[in-house]
Structure formats: structure tokens, C-alpha cells
Ligand binder design. Structure first.
Ligand SMILES: [Zn+2]
Ligand SMILES: [Zn+2]
Length: 97
């Protein structure tokens, strides 16, 4: 899957952490919460929802975590890949669910 490279910094609306965007950042690396900005494909930024995306659980496959999200506003759900700076403890904690 191809990601559009849009570099954008943002402040996490869940924990207040200042994220430095690197072009494919779509969630907070500290608490893992994201924002519902993509509609069908990660990076498409087509959604007008802007609700908070709650990380429900993670799964570990092929040396990578994937995070399952559900939007707290519209219930849209999707999987994304972990970011390179994601909080490891948090990823592991959620994999137990
Ligand atoms: Zn956060
Ligand atoms: Zn939503």
C-alpha cells in the first residue's frame, strides 16, 4: 500500500504529545491514539470525521505490530502499521487483548 507523503506535525488530542510528522505519521507514538482523517487508505486524508481513533488492540506479525483502531465518533475501524517511534510497552500491552 502506498502512502502519500504529507509532512505534518500535530499535537495528540489524547495526551497532548507533540508529534513530528515524517510523512506517514497517523497516530501518536506515545499513547497510540490517532485521528480519523483517512477514509479508505492510510494517508488519503479524505475523511471529514476528525474524531479520535482509539487503539483497541495490536497484533504482531512478521516483526511488525499492527494496530487496530476504532473511531470514537463514527465507529469506523481499520488497521494501521506501527510507526517507527511507537511506544513499545503500549504496543505489547494492547496485544494481550
Ligand atoms: Zn498521545
Ligand atoms: Zn470517525
Amino acid at each position: 500500500m502506498k502512502m502519500k507523503k504529507v509532512v505534518e506535525n500535530f499535537r495528540c488530542e489524547n495526551c497532548g504529545f507533540e508529534m513530528k510528522g515524517d510523512g506517514c505519521t497517523d497516530h501518536c507514538s506515545q499513547c497510540l491514539w490517532g485521528k480519523h482523517v483517512d477514509e479508505a487508505v492510510p494517508g488519503d486524508r479524505l475523511s471529514g470525521c476528525k474524531g479520535l481513533m482509539e487503539p483497541i488492540r495490536t497484533s504482531y506479525q512478521n516483526d511488525n505490530f499492527r494496530i487496530y483502531y476504532k473511531c470514537t465518533k463514527c465507529n469506523h475501524d481499520f488497521w494501521v502499521r506501527e510507526g517507527k517511534d511507537d511506544n513499545r510497552d503500549k504496543l505489547i500491552e494492547l496485544s494481550g487483548n
